[in-house]
Every structure is written in structure tokens, then in C-alpha cells.
Design a protein around this ligand. Structure first.
Ligand SMILES: C[S@@+](CC[C@H](N)C(=O)[O-])C[C@H]1O[C@@H](n2cnc3c(N)ncnc32)[C@H](O)[C@@H]1O
Length: 286
């Protein structure tokens, strides 16, 4: 296992390299990714006038959703490690058209005071399991909340509940250059929060109260053709940077191999139906 500093450096490099794929597919991600966070958004139930933090906001789609919920008297801050994603978020949702909505590039594990803190609530879609030091990151989120402030987040459960999730890497890897290191064990990655006992320990150590962790199953539908859907999944995953650097014939082979692996999730007339197993996490700051 790498040390925390090593994991953090790896995390920063990974998201810097992954960012162009997320930016390129930002609209698709907003549209297709909605089921991944809808249950946490409903549970958080942001109210007009509240101040809300979006942890790992990516290209800002959920941050804008939160801003719409809190309205002009509220304020929302989206934070993300990847500077280029934060720039893309600010360009997609400019402050003059979205009053009260701000983005800042920062590592939630090491950041000091966040602008706009203390917040009434924190939201996070599919990010907490990616933190190199999740206790440090969650403790900073808890410190940024007012007493009684609430957290609602989603993360993936295990690979069995998300059987499509690694297929783009398996499909693309033989056709592109070397991939970044893939996570093992508890290292940051999609399945690092698979064990709910570990999730509870992390949030407890980070100082949260009232922790709940519930399974929640959704289906992510992708109506696109096989080529488009394969490219989207390759580009937002660990093979994305190597794929973008590959010559066109290798890219086509990577897409074809990924599409073949995803075929079992494709139905005539329905497009892709990807089963997603989530943990819905809620907690409060004492
Ligand atoms: C899987 S993406 C999810 C993005 C967005 N929440 C969504 O659902 O579309 C995870 C995001 O977390 C960000 N991230 C990872 N580690 C982070 C950290 N330590 N601090 C802040 N952001 C981080 C990444 O840059 C990436 O944008």
C-alpha cells in the first residue's frame, strides 16, 4: 500500500489527466449521471436561503442543481481537486447567470477555511471513496459545516453491485499505452467504500454524528449507440488519458472491445441499462 502522500500525489495526477474526458462529456455526465446522486439530493433536501457545499463537484452540474434549490438568497460552493474541471464548471455556470454559485479548485483533504463556510449542508456525488485520506477529507467537510449541518452523499458499493464499471478498462487496456496504477484494497477508487463498516469508521473518526448508510439500487440508462457509449465510459475512467493519446485505429479497437463487453447490458430499443449499487450516506456535524 502506498503512503497517504503517495496516494494523494497519485490522486492529483489521476484527476488532472482524467479531467479532459470529464469536460468533454460534461453534458452527458449531467444527463446520464443523475440517478447516481438523486437520492442524496432528495435526502439533503436543500432549502431556499441555505449555504451548501458540493464536494468533488466535477464540471458543476450538481452544484448548479443545488444552487437552483437554495435560490437567490442561498449560496453554493463547488470544490474539486482538478483545476480544469473547476474552470469548466465556472464557464458552464457563470456567476452572472447563477448568483450565489461559486467554484474553487482545492483538495478537500488539505484545504483550510473554505470560502462561504460555515455551510448548512454538504452534498457529494461519487467522490468520498476517491479520497486518498478519507478521514482527513471528511473531517474538513465536517469542520466546514455549522453545528447541526447535514451531509448527504452517494458512493459505489462493490463490484458485484456495479458489474459494468470495470469493463471499459478491460476493453481499452490492450489497445492503448500504459494505464495509471489501478487501486488495490482500500486505496482510493470506485470500490474503496464497499465495506459499510469502514465507511462508518471513517465518518465517525472524522467527527460526524447520526451516521446512516443505506443500500440504494438504480439503473443508469445510456440511450447512445455502442460506439458513443463505449467512448464515454472509456474517457471518464482510468483508460481515458491513454485512449486520448492513442492513434485513431487503436481508439476504434478500444471502443469496439469495450462495446462487446458492454453488450450484455444493451437491449433493443432501450439502449444500455447499467445497474448501479450505491450507498446513500447521511450524517450530521455535532
Ligand atoms: C467520480 S468524479 C464525480 C464528479 C461529480 N461529483 C459527478 O458526480 O459528476 C470525482 C471527482 O472528485 C474529485 N476529487 C477527487 N479527490 C478529490 C479531493 N481530494 N478533493 C477534491 N476533489 C476531489 C475529482 O477531481 C473528480 O472531479
Amino acid at each position: 500500500m502506498a503512503d497517504t502522500a503517495g496516494l494523494r500525489a497519485r490522486n492529483t495526477a489521476f484527476w488532472t489527466q482524467a479531467a479532459p474526458g470529464w469536460i468533454r462529456h460534461a453534458d452527458r455526465q449531467d444527463e446520464l449521471g443523475s440517478p447516481l446522486g438523486a437520492v442524496a439530493m432528495a435526502r439533503l433536501s436543500p432549502r431556499p436561503g441555505e449555504r451548501v457545499l458540493d464536494v468533488g463537484c466535477g464540471c458543476g452540474g450538481t452544484t448548479a442543481e443545488l444552487a437552483a434549490a437554495v435560490g437567490p438568497t442561498g449560496a453554493v460552493l463547488g470544490v474539486d481537486l482538478a483545476e480544469s474541471m473547476v474552470e469548466a464548471a465556472a464557464a458552464r455556470f457563470p456567476a452572472d447567470r447563477h448568483p450565489g454559485l461559486r467554484f474553487t479548485a482545492t483538495d478537500v483533504e488539505t484545504t483550510g477555511d473554505l470560502p462561504g463556510a460555515p455551510f448548512d449542508a454538504a452534498y457529494s456525488r461519487m467522490t468520498l471513496m476517491l479520497l486518498a485520506d478519507p478521514v482527513a477529507g471528511c473531517a474538513n467537510v465536517r469542520r466546514a459545516l455549522r453545528a447541526g449541518g447535514r451531509l448527504a452523499a452517494t458512493v459505489f458499493r462493490d463490484g458485484q453491485a456495479n458489474p459494468w464499471l470495470t469493463l471499459a478498462v478491460v476493453g481499452a487496456a490492450p489497445h492503448v499505452a500504459a494505464l495509471p496504477p489501478l487501486p488495490v484494497g482500500d486505496e482510493p477508487g470506485p470500490f474503496a467504500f464497499a465495506d459499510p463498516a469502514r465507511v462508518r469508521r471513517i465518518l465517525d473518526t472524522a467527527g460526524f454524528d447520526g451516521i446512516t448508510i443505506e443500500p440504494h439500487d438504480v439503473v443508469m440508462t445510456a440511450p447512445g449507440d455502442p460506439d458513443t457509449t463505449a467512448e464515454w465510459l472509456i474517457e471518464i475512467g482510468p483508460a481515458g488519458a491513454a485512449y486520448r493519446a492513442a492513434p485513431a485505429p487503436q481508439q476504434a479497437a478500444a471502443r469496439a472491445a469495450t462495446a462487446r463487453l458492454l453488450d450484455r447490458f444493451h437491449g433493443p430499443g432501450t439502449g444500455y441499462r447499467l445497474p448501479v449499487g450505491l450507498w446513500l450516506i447521511t450524517a450530521t456535524a455535532p
